[in-house]
Structures are given as structure tokens and as C-alpha cells.
Design a protein around this ligand. Sequence first.
Ligand SMILES: C[S@@+](CC[C@H](N)C(=O)[O-])C[C@H]1O[C@@H](n2cnc3c(N)ncnc32)[C@H](O)[C@@H]1O
Length: 326
Amino acid sequence: MRNFTEGKRLPLVWVEFAIETTQSAVEPISNILHEAGASGVVIEDAADFQANEKSTEDEVYEFKPEDYPAEGVRVKAYFPENETVKTVVENVKTSINELPRYDVELGANKITLAKVEEEDWAHAWKKYYKPVVVSDTMTIVPSWEVYEPRNTHEQVIELDPGMAFGTGTHPSTVLSLQLMEQYVTKNDEVIDIGTGSGILSIAAAKLGAKQVTALDVDEVAVYSACENIRLNDVNEQITVQQNDLLEAVGTQEADVVVANLLADIILRLTPDVHRVIRPGGCFISAGIIGRRKQDVIDAFEREGFQVLRTAEVEDWVAIAVQAPEA
Ligand SMILES: C[S@@+](CC[C@H](N)C(=O)[O-])C[C@H]1O[C@@H](n2cnc3c(N)ncnc32)[C@H](O)[C@@H]1O
């Protein structure tokens, strides 16, 4: 485990992985890319471009034909160029080619790889990123936007996620934040597993947590989390560590643990959570697709946890469970 007080330099050259596929394959392919450690997944849907062409209203976003495939969907992901990238890409291709076994139609399944300079793409998505209203009392605001809080109780989280996951636009992040508003209370100690941009840790600090540990296996995420924590002036409450799940977390205990990961990763985590969660504490997990919801609930119940609440948006599920009392 490494402790970061200063952000690290990011890689400057990236490998862009692009695949032309079908609408129904977008979610499983995005999951494979996220699991492989992609820093950001971009979805270019021909239908979005066609709908925009027909629209007569003023558009907020600028749609360019060259950004969209002629038909179907293009999913793009970015991996730092290093000695492991070839293997990562081969593993991604193998996993994608296994999807038809699960009745996922891949369509054209045309894959292209390109080397790109960070400057060429890392900031291009920013024009699509606008404030995200999480609830009456919480809004995520891109750091370059001018934003007037809607009321005096509103918590505003400023973010520049860079290439890490966690803009606040993904349903799994919004669901995590909404459950945290319910279960994080003043002076709590919180562990955030898979912090990405640091968004959930910053929210925990703003909700009054006195100590937050933000963990991520990916150094790009660790860099981004450090930057955003500074931006929100919550450095005092949050420590960021590069770490695989709870591997190097010692005797530390938390009142709330939050993990917006994928179902399979949460299942790897469940037997280990007792170690870090206080009796009666709350575990919020998200990033679970609908058909895996019961697997995750079963795993927590086997460990003696009780479901407090589940929340769903589109096909994404978040689950809050309570640890057994001592
Ligand atoms: C879906 S993103 C969530 C980001 C942010 N917490 C949010 O809610 O938007 C998942 C994050 O978990 C990290 N991750 C994946 N596997 C991990 C592991 N084994 N240990 C720690 N972090 C992991 C990824 O690097 C990524 O930043």
C-alpha cells in the first residue's frame, strides 16, 4: 500500500481501444473495459447523432458526424501505454468474444487500436459534462463551471475527474451518493473502496465524516482523487491510498463502507468486510446490474448482514446493508 499526499504525474501516451458493436452489447462491453482498468469509457451512438440531426431545438452539445459510427454504437476506452497493455487488450478481446455465449449480439465487432496523446482526448469530453443534481441538498459541479447553490443547505462537490471514473453522471455513482446522504452521519469514519475521482469520499467529508479512507487499485484514480480532494478543501479528513480492495488495510474500523465496484468484485470483498466495519455499521455497495442483485444480497446475508434499502436506476442497483450488532 502506498500513501499519497502529492498527486503523481500521469502517463502521456494512451492506447485507444475502439469497438463498433450493438446497443445491447454496450453495457457488458463497458463492464469488461472497466474491469480491465480502462480510464474512462466513451460511447458514440449513431442513434444520438441521427436524433440530433432531426432536432429543431437549440442544442447544448455540439454533435459532429465524425464522432459517430454510421450505424450501431462505438465504444471507446483508454489504457495507459505500458508493458502490460498488449496483454490487457488481448484479454479484453477474449472476454468480448465470449459474450455471444450469453446471448449478447456483438454486431460488427470491429476493433481498432490507436496511440493517442493525452492532450488529444483527455479534455474533449468536458463540453458534455454539466452539473449533476443528486438530491435537493447535493450537486456535483465541473470545476470549470460557474454555479450558484440553489439553497443554503446544498452541498456542492467540485470535480475535475480527468481520466478517472466518477463524474457523478453514472447511475451507480448517483445511487451511492443518495444512500450515503441517508446513512453517513456526523463524525462517522468512512472507507471508500474504488474511489475513482474521489467523489464519494469528498461527499462523505461534506456530510460530516471526521475521517475518510479512499482506496483505489489504479494510480490514475489515486492521482485524480488527490487533486479533487484538494479542490474541495477536504484534505484534513481524507487519506488516499493505492490498494487492492482491503488488502493492506490493517486494524482500521469504519461506521460506513462504500464500494461502487462491479458485482463480481463486491462478492470478492464480502467475506473480508467484517474486519473493517463496526457492529451495526452500514455497507453501501453499487455498480451492480439487475440480474446480479440477488447474488450480492445472498453474499451479505451469508455474512449476517441485513438489507436496509435497495435503490435502482435503469438497470443499476445499489444496496445498503447493516452489519450484525456485537
Ligand atoms: C465504478 S468506479 C467508481 C468510482 C467512484 N467511486 C464513483 O462512485 O463514481 C470503480 C473504481 O474501482 C476501482 N477498482 C476496481 N477494482 C479495484 C480493486 N480491486 N481494488 C480497489 N479499487 C478497485 C477502479 O479503478 C475504479 O476507479
